[in-house]
Design a protein around this ligand. Sequence first.
Ligand SMILES: *Cc1c(COP(=O)(O)O)cnc(C)c1O
Length: 418
Amino acid sequence: MDIRNADRNGFFGEYGGSFVPEALEKELKVIADKYEELRKDEKFIAELDELNRTYTGRPSPVYHAERLSMAAGGAEIFLKREDLNHTGAHKINHALGEVLLAKHLGKKKVIAETGAGQHGVALATAAALLGLKCDIYMGEIDVRKEAPNVLRMKILGARVISVTDGTRTLKDAVDAAFKAYLNDPVNQIYCIGSVVGPHPFPSMVRDFQSIVGREAREQFLSSEGKLPDAVVACVGGGSNAMGIFSGFLDDESVKLYGVEPAGRGLETPYHAASITKGKKGILHGFKCYFLQDEDGQPLPVYSIASGLDYPGVGPQHCLLHDVGRVSYETANDREAVEAFYALSRLEGIIPALESSHAVAYAVKLASILGKGKNILVNLSGRGDKDIDFVTSNYPISEYEGAYGKTGYEDFLSQISGS
Ligand SMILES: *Cc1c(COP(=O)(O)O)cnc(C)c1O
């Protein structure tokens, strides 16, 4: 079983593929063929490399979070700083790739869904840079929750369409964007924001994100002289996780952990842990584990992190779960907020709530693995977009002083006394 690459029809084992209306089939084939050609085209590769370097600011550093590691009390924690990219998250990596591809396909407009607004901002940025029109579909709830990102997209010249169907979050935005795409698949291209959707998107987005894993592996080897013992990333659709995992899939000694959002608890309906609690089925044109009701309809999902709020998950993750190459764990809202404050206070880095899930699990894993081991976390984005929401729902006053209720209390009194 090839855990690295999809077969010709876009299947990772039994997952993935392309389950779309006939009208889209032809267009997706055109996209897949063009991508197949471009990914081996030295000019395209050089063009993208140049943008990654001079526009995004790659390579992003790998940083040894010593004070966080001390707080965790076990293994050393390192952060791959995707939060330092232009636009503040890993999503610019695939947005640039997708818009460059759109340009090579002669498209006039890129369209997409967005949850936290990060993919929308990244795509609007890439569209502005490369001179294409851009329509972004966003659930009404997220439009309100992520107001600064909505403004950013508009300033960048994109149209933001507020989606009022269903739960008015990410899943409904995907449906609306899909519908709009069907209306004119020739002049527009749907730039999916994660390693989900029909073939070739899961493979293509993964390839554009794999730069994260390639860089991180090299950086870690050169600074530490060995590979990390574990790599941890949060999993919404799964793009930042696939990006960093793909650098380490062949390294048997490196354990890989994907962290899904447990929201208000796995025993409640308020989570988005698609692999942990989902069943197999077809969602948004591909086969994966997804959270569904008895009739196979996607369930409303929830996470404090809008970007993790998706009922399904990328097909390669489903296979990696089944074969046991990656362990899928969870972190809940409260743990994510604690990690958000802890990383801010201990390291001066305000993480995105999405990335805070990975940090929260890494802190737990550090004490499980113990001293002498190393954990590399993909810090997928910065938290500037979340500060209003966090501070109004989880007041700073509750996290002040001895960091009461954060679980880092003992440690902090120790280091402040030392
Ligand atoms: C969108 C987003 C995620 C979740 O998406 P994946 O495709 O699972 O990576 C994670 N972190 C940040 C900062 C995001 O913006």
